[in-house]
Design a protein around this ligand. Structure first.
Ligand code: HEC
Ligand code: HEC
Ligand code: HEC
Ligand code: HEC
Ligand code: HEC
Length: 202
């Protein structure tokens, strides 16, 4: 019902404003369904610039780790710095005059970092390490990057402003760790993730 209501609303929006319309309008409050079919488990985060993931990661096919460079080698995935955006956008005439790109250049000219807000945020007493998961599922099992990030983030390549769509609760982490996971694409051995308290808690 809510989903249909949103679909109608976004249709009205599309007809009304034509050119700048985003096809993937995010759903409403926690528990409502986002228009890409997920149940939103986190609040709508108002970002300083609505960054269209779907245009970069899906339409242009840019690898998630081209921007989130930390995922393969560290605890945090890292949000790209402005110079990475500018490196491309100073040469892209087609969107140079769009309000969001103007805003991007305003931050750049003022030498201010864009104050992105966190979407996924575990409490400080939990230890989470991207590297171990990316090494296991992307490099050793050779799964596609969009699928691997999707285990914990949903299909971000279909989103505009990222929403939290996976639970990230203790039970949810533990239940994946209890499963058998192949150790690599080349051998049949499987093993679990660690479920001793100290592995996830400092
Ligand atoms: C061109 C650069 C770029 C690419 C490519 C990109 N991202 Fe992002 N990503 C960003 C920026 C900028 C933000 C911060 C704004 C936001 O949260 O929407 C972000 C935010 C995120 C977040 C939320 C971070 C938080 O605060 O919890 C996740 C999760 C994420 N990206 C996953 C992905 C995945 C998965 C892919 C590939 C399908 C991807 N990103 C591709 C630039 C990029
Ligand atoms: C096994 C689950 C899992 C996988 C797989 C995963 N993430 Fe995350 N990601 C998380 C969790 C949990 C957080 C929140 C961490 C925190 O608050 O300490 C997070 C946070 C982030 C953030 C915010 C910055 C940060 O690192 O705290 C970005 C960006 C992000 N992830 C991108 C990605 C990308 C891109 C991929 C795939 C290459 C990916 N993640 C794969 C669970 C995962
Ligand atoms: C690899 C090159 C590349 C990088 C890196 C890149 N972009 Fe883009 N971006 C593009 C292109 C090309 C378009 C236009 C796509 C189109 O016409 O659909 C675009 C479109 C956009 C739009 C939509 C503009 C509009 O209103 O139509 C926004 C907003 C945006 N980018 C922000 C960013 C931000 C913020 C970053 C850094 C986190 C970034 N981009 C990094 C190539 C890039
Ligand atoms: C898709 C399944 C999956 C999910 C979801 C998942 N993990 Fe894991 N995790 C694994 C596997 C498999 C390993 C073992 C990786 C290896 O060492 O090859 C692992 C390893 C770890 C490690 C050990 C890293 C180290 O430094 O030794 C920690 C800590 C961890 N996970 C925390 C978490 C937390 C916290 C969450 C929930 C926010 C989570 N994981 C969600 C599958 C998962
Ligand atoms: C695979 C990772 C993982 C393991 C193993 C794990 N935890 Fe947690 N734990 C978490 C995460 C993630 C949260 C945060 C949940 C949230 O924010 O909703 C958490 C939260 C908690 C909390 C706060 C209250 C709550 O339920 O949210 C306590 C207490 C706790 N864990 C104790 C333990 C104990 C004791 C063990 C060992 C029996 C353990 N944890 C093992 C990931 C783990």
């Amino acid at each position: 019902m809510i989903h249909r209501l949103l679909a109608v609303l976004s249709l009205a929006f599309l007809c009304g404003s034509a050119v700048n319309a985003e096809p993937f309008v995010q759903g409403g409050p926690i528990g409502s369904q986002t228009s890409d079919g997920y149940n939103a488990l986190g609040p709508v985060v108002q970002q300083p610039i609505d960054f269209p993931h779907y245009r970069h990661a899906k339409d242009m096919g840019i690898n998630c780790m081209y921007c989130h460079t930390g995922a393969r080698r560290g605890y945090v995935s890292v949000i790209p710095r402005e110079d990475k955006c500018i490196g491309c956008h100073q040469n892209i005439e087609s969107v140079k005059d769009k309000p969001r790109i103007k805003k991007l250049f305003e931050y750049w000219d003022k030498k201010e970092p864009i104050p992105w807000k966190k979407v996924n945020d575990l409490p400080d007493f939990v230890r989470f390490n991207h590297e171990r998961h990316i090494q296991r599922f992307y490099f050793r099992q050779d799964r596609p990057v969009r699928e691997v990030c999707g285990y914990c983030h949903g299909d971000v390549a279909n989103m505009t402003v990222d929403r939290r769509v996976k639970s990230l609760s203790m039970g949810w982490c533990v239940s994946c760790h209890e499963k058998d996971h192949k150790e690599s694409v080349t051998n049949m051995k499987t093993s679990h993730g660690p479920n001793e308290c100290w592995q996830c808690h400092k």
